[in-house]
Design a protein around this ligand. Sequence first.
Ligand SMILES: Nc1ncnc2c1ncn2[C@@H]1O[C@H](COP(=O)(O)OP(=O)(O)OP(=O)(O)O)[C@@H](O)[C@H]1O
Length: 446
Amino acid sequence: MKSSILIIDDEVKLSELMGRILMLEGYNVLQACNAKNGMRLIEREDIRVVLSDVKLPDANGLDLVERIKKIKPYIEVINLTAFGSISDGVLAIKNGAFDYLTKGDDNDKIIPLVSKAIAKANLQFQISEIQKQTEVQHGFPIVLGQSPAILEAVDLAKKVAKTDATVLLLGETGTGKEVFAEAIHVESMRNDKPFVAVNCSAFSKELLESELFGYKAGAFTGAIKDKKGLFEEASGGTIFLDELGEMGHDLQAKLLRVLENGTFIKIGETKTTKVNVRLIAATNRDLQKESEEGHFRLDLFYRLSGFSIVLPPLRERVGDIEVLARHFIRVYAAKVKKKAPEVDERFFKLLNQHKWNGNIRELKNVIERVIILMDEPLLTPKLLPNEFHNGGYYDLVALDLNSVEKHHIRRILKYVKGNKTEAARVLGIGLATLYRKIEEYHILPN
Ligand SMILES: Nc1ncnc2c1ncn2[C@@H]1O[C@H](COP(=O)(O)OP(=O)(O)OP(=O)(O)O)[C@@H](O)[C@H]1O
């Protein structure tokens, strides 16, 4: 894409000549004969460099630098000063201009100077875009949405963030439990210390213990030197244990001890280690039921459930789907360096009707796919996968939710040629959850 340059000068002939020189260099050139028109163009157009005369009919070009930077800080301004007016040039740079050119005298300097200013402005523009995206990725602003259910969850989370209480986040897969956990950490007094997230289902039971609590050299074959566990890594900060329901009974006992008195014993060690870590746990399983059935320690369940926050599934916050979708559209369009597209209203209508079993993660993936597929700056329903359309996959099978889930898992397993790790990633669930569902639904290998 060509970079745009704006020339603000009431001397039309000179400005046209400069414009032609710059156009021949491949730039897109816009012109304004006074500050008012220039500012209007700056607001409306994607301009990176401004060449502005110092003596404009309605303003002083030196003061314009500040006004421009106020609305688009990445734009670089080059002031055009009258012959012999060094003081203007000095003042221009003092005011934040990139440089100055003496009118009629510096024609051979224009191109290299503009090219340097463009390079700097483009870099600043990219940085400001990245900052815009990361700004919303911390704390509660990231928890997008206005539905009563999510506002209530945010309110609870903000209140508990200021304390040191253990928090249990409950909600289906992809509802944003990890996003919430990090937001609680960011809003807490511990935010200058680490936030360590662990997905318990990603490790075997034995490995999980050594990951969390570490071991002493010689504790088992292969334990060549002492290893710090993630609890120690999170020292002073917060540890987030996702899919906690996957943890074995022995480890649950060890976790309870850390919660009760802040100590644990490393594998192969005899003395205790002390840690000061806040715990946030999450699960998409019914821990109360599992505790009553003996699959989860009741004492640990009581200890954890002191402060629980339920994250609503996306289908219960339909009003937020468009807000989230628009956010992901902006993020993914920027990622593939495309301009954020317009969106056909029917596109949102289909999104609102969808069941979203994979919740926000599913929505995010659908939007990423759509942005990759789009080849015009308009999102239409035809870019959405089959299951969004009448007569699509789910309508055809039209079965109860469990059958649809079973059918879908089978379909994905076939798609990834039986690779369970890949299937769990595509489905947006933990590996252990996938194994549990395969067993539950008696899904046979293809
Ligand atoms: N409010 C939000 N705004 C933007 N993105 C979000 C939001 N909530 C969740 N996401 C995105 O959705 C995806 C799923 O979120 P997250 O991992 O927090 O869910 P989860 O409930 O922990 O899922 P699981 O139970 O499967 O681990 C992530 O990619 C996350 O960035």
